[in-house]
Design a protein around this ligand. Structure first.
Ligand code: SAM
Ligand code: DTB
Ligand code: SF4
Length: 330
């Protein structure tokens, strides 16, 4: 069968938000002739978003290192010799100062990350205080704290949290090669608690850990067939970390494969904000532009992510200026 045959062509307007995608459909989209794939992705993107605007978010590691999980890509896992010093939870005043700086640099969302398997209830007291202070600055809030119970999700919701980031990271088939200390089902349970508490899910994964295209599409199918699509879907290219078992250079996607994946995600999750997350420093300006055309509409700004590098602010500002893309809320 020719690539793309049997794939329903839609006008984007009538395309419903579906949570029953089949593998053959995902493969059919991904394998379309590139111009057809990009055209479909652009139609879907333009129906649902302003194509000339992207969201700019900023990250802060509020509790770094010493994590008991064994995620094979992570600088913060206590299982590997990465040279990362474990810190305590940051003081509220320092977190607010970080949020203020991010706001001045143009970020509209502030994402606070802690290297925990799960937060303790007393940690949540401090997190809830940080949330109300960051909201007071007029920014959207996001936290990523590991696994949550339903009660903890309700507490965060009560404190006004907008988004909770918790990634599936990869396909169900590849997952066990990367993480053994918590299951994919644990993660899916946390995502359900978050959704049921009325918080928006931010959920995506990592590309370039040695997985194959089938795994990347398996991850898209997993995300697109959740009970509802995560409102934010981050795509991280694996960032180099010395001392971890995952080799970030194994199967890093070629630029066209990256654009195909973003376009397929855009079509399968038409109303979700798709973020080019970690690893943009490995992408040329041209590839980032292609990914924005394919439907990506969010980036992290700032010179560091949590512990690894992000493109310099000047490079991002210049790129968006040359593309005529405005930044703010997508
Ligand atoms: N500890 C929390 C958790 O894992 O749920 C939150 C922080 S964790 C650093 C958030 C996400 O960052 C991970 O799920 C993973 O997708 C991404 N990440 C971590 N290290 C990375 C790396 N070296 N390259 C790309 N993405 C990475
Ligand atoms: C996500 O998917 N990517 C962000 C955010 N969620 C928390 C984290 C990227 C971290 C990259 C590795 C680091 O800087 O340590
Ligand atoms: Fe811990 Fe999160 Fe890193 Fe996994 S990704 S080791 S849970 S900080």
């Amino acid at each position: 069968m020719m690539a793309g045959m049997g794939v329903e062509r839609h006008d984007g307007i009538s395309a419903p938000v579906r949570t029953d995608w089949k593998r053959a459909e995902a493969e059919g989209l991904y394998d379309l002739p590139f111009p057809d794939l990009m055209f479909q992705a652009q139609i879907v993107h333009r129906v649902n978003f302003d194509p000339n605007r992207i969201e700019t978010a900023s990250l802060l590691s509020i509790k770094t290192g010493g994590c008991p999980e064994d995620c094979g890509y992570c600088s913060q896992s206590a299982h590997y010799e990465t040279g990362m010093k474990a810190t305590r939870l940051m003081d509220r005043a320092d977190v607010i100062a970080g949020a203020q700086r991010a706001k001045e640099a143009g970020a509209t969302r502030f994402c606070m990350a802690a290297a925990w398997r799960n937060p303790k209830d007393r940690d949540l007291d401090q997190i809830c205080e940080m949330l109300s202070a960051v909201k007071g600055l007029g920014m959207e809030t996001c936290v990523t704290l590991g696994m949550l119970t339903a009660e903890q999700a309700n507490r965060l919701s009560g404190a006004g949290l907008d988004f909770y980031n918790h990634n599936v990271d990869t396909s169900p088939e590849f997952y066990g090669k990367i993480i053994t200390t918590r299951t994919l089902q644990n993660r899916i349970d946390t995502l359900a608690h978050v959704r049921e508490a009325g918080i928006k899910d931010c959920c995506g994964g990592i590309i370039g850990m040695g997985e194959h295209v089938e795994d990347r599409l398996g991850m898209l199918l997993l995300l697109a067939n959740l009970p509802s699509h995560p409102e934010s879907v981050p795509f991280n290219l694996c960032n180099e970390v010395k001392g971890v078992p995952v080799d970030d250079t194994a199967n890093r996607p070629d630029p066209i494969a990256m654009a195909r994946l973003i376009a397929t995600a855009r079509i399968m999750m038409p109303k979700s904000v798709v973020r080019l997350s970690a690893g943009r420093q490995y992408m040329t300006d041209e590839l980032q532009a292609l990914c924005f055309l394919a439907g990506a509409n969010s980036i992290f700004i700032g010179d560091v992510l949590l512990t690894t590098k992000n493109p310099q602010r000047d490079r991002d500002a210049s790129l968006l200026h040359r593309l005529g893309i405005a930044s703010g809320v997508a």
